[in-house]
Design a protein. Sequence first.
Lengths: 329, 474
Amino acid sequence: MDPTRQSIDQVLLVVGISAYITGALVLLAYFLTRRPLLRTIGMPIATIGCVAQILELGARWWMTGVWPLTNLYGSLSMFSAMAVAIFLIFAVKYDLAFLGGPVLAAAAIALGYATTWNEGTMPAVPALQSYWIKIHVPIVVTSYAAFMVAACVSAIYLLKAGMERRYASRGLRGVIATAGGPKLDVSMNAYAATADDMLRTSRDETPAITQAATAGDGLAQWLAGLPTLARLDVMQYRIIAVGLPLLSLGIITGAMWAKEAWGAYWQWDPKETAALASWIIYAMYMHLHTRPEWRGSRTAWISVIGFISIMFCYLGVNIWISGLHSYKM
Amino acid sequence: MEARSRNGLGASALASLHESWDDLVRLFANVTFGVFLLAVWAVLTLIGVVIDQGKDPTYYAQNYAPPLARAILRLDCDNIYHSAAYIGILGLILCSMAAATFTKVIPRRIPRLNPVKIDAIPLHAKIAVDEPVDAVRERLVAFFSQRGWQVRKREFGGTEWAFADKNNWARRGVLVAHIGFLIIAIGTTIYWAKGYSGQFTVLSGQTATIPESGAKIALQRFAYRIDPIRTKSGIVYQPIDYVSNATVTGRDGVGRQAVIRVNHPYDVDGVDVYQSTYGFAIDFQLTKDGRPVAGPDHPLKEGEAFIVDGTGRSIQYARFVGTIDRATGQPGLDPRPNDPGVVIQAFDGDQPVGSALIPLGTAVDLGAGYRLEAARYILYSGFQYRYDPGIPVVGIGSFVLLAGLCISFYFLPARLFVLVRERAEGGTEVGIAATTVRGYDVFEERFGEIVAALRRTHGVKTTEVPAAAALGTA
Ligand code: HEM
């Protein structure tokens, strides 16, 4: 690349990263304080970062003629751009700006890490020279991004549900301390056993938080201001429902590419196998989510485990295990 | 008498068998059990990612602690995807899916139109209207029809119920997803039953045969392209292309000129032959005291060895060096054969006893009067081949599965139960409850909007909104 072109690339990259870092801080502040002004500032910053990054990838392609997603830099860069794009779509549609802090922070980390793999532009190795790379990689990376956003929702769910349990047990302990006696002990056990059900079926799923908030507990007031658990669960489901079909399509297009390039659609290569394992975990999520007794904290944990397995598939396999998919061949 | 008691015994045995079968079906149809099976599948799949697959036993002995290496081999973890455990778990998943599909998915997802206890459904509302029952009924039908709901009326014990369905067709989404998965399983089984695959190498100027189909591949020429690319961390030699020019003879006995390029498999009688590797075979010449003696009987490929007669020593051709760095005499970075050489390794039995880098066209002294010359290199091409008649079936299954996922996730079937009754104090009461295939939370907002619209507009005049008629659980 000539120097002018290189500097355009650099400027867009710097704009992207700075927007993510600033956006993450502003939206994190919004998450903590709920000042509408912070949301008004943070959302456009997130949009600027996302657009700058997409432009950067596009500019690279246009200026060098080499598809930018042939190395880990391009791929991680697309991952963070898509995560922010998915966040923005959901945030606008379902008023989820509070998610911006964690999502943008993760995008900034991914992009920062990506730059350590930024080798400049290189033509792809023969195994990657195919139009399929333009179909398969963006689909797969977008599915990873969706799972990342879903895992952020799951983490917030688990935080709120966990704090509810903590407030509930603290409240009950308080009652036991004043009243004493085995009778109340029994009621506490009964509560512990049905805590999850109560979270789901009663209108106020977090009564202990509400009670503590009414009593003036600052943390409880902050928690009470988060979306309800039911809403967080529905959001997490909706985002995974974007990710899972994309991951399925990603695996299918990968198989089509493999069939065309290597004659066999499935070779038990570590990358495709790790993607299959993640796919199975999200299929488990979908099934358990149909069961009322599993919907809630347990499914949120599965979403977190699913995302860990996605990260293993995305980065772990590239770093620790080599195969057809390691970008360096 | 005896016969009758035997009959009785038979019948009770049959009944208990029937019961056990029912228990088994119930277990397999349980979603939690199915998910447990999926979890085992995921774990087995991940074991295969972490542990290298398909290596020979010495590899595991060298790379893992002895007890672990033994466990890997004993539990088939070296070839886990073809192990009995892996195939078994897939079989159990299919059984579980089939049991669930017949006993749960079909009946539960496609339920009959039945009356419900409105108050007992978490999403419910009651609206009082100042109008006669019949007029309200008619208006309600119009209200739901206009909004794209499919309205059906049924009478139960003299009471008329209206059922409004949205995306009723999408109730089959799960069935479609499950069938898709089954079709994929059938497609992969077809390969197991009828397909085959393998690999072979062929030197320029020679011919190889695919044993299963008898197709012949005569390699005329192999060519590759490797370009030096300048990157931030220095020059990297990047492979760009490799291609074999060959004459391929299929079942019809007619030789056809073929260009088999990486990423572009060549089809001979339904068998895909694809370019997978290449290498440099070396023509070694062995002499003793200046006279040629029997060395390797064919050009050696990387990793191959030959025994030097009468010495107990073997010589392995370890690797090809494209460019020897003239300044250092060591292998250079450029893999292209500019100034080529080969690295050989000498073994005494199993023990390595030394290695040497020999420039091509020169000889190295092996001791005891033996000299070995790496005379010239011959490019060879490596192919893999595969015959898989299950591919179209797997392809269809994949898209059916994907369609099932999209239907299940993006089209939420919801049913509204509407009961219009006269109120004791005059006027009409509309009771409405909603269920979906995915619980109540996902539909809460939408239900709120519907009830609000019902209350607000469409001529359903409300005189009273009882407190208990608020959304959600009473
Ligand atoms: C392990 C064996 C399996 C069993 C026992 C099973 C059973 C079930 C059942 C009973 C439901 C309906 C749940 C309800 O409506 O209450 C369901 C839903 C579903 N199943 Fe399966 N299934 C299995 C495997 C699979 C597989 C391998 C797939 C492939 C993707 C799959 C895809 C789906 C989908 C997409 C849904 C809909 C989920 C939703 O609506 O959120 N199932 N399954």
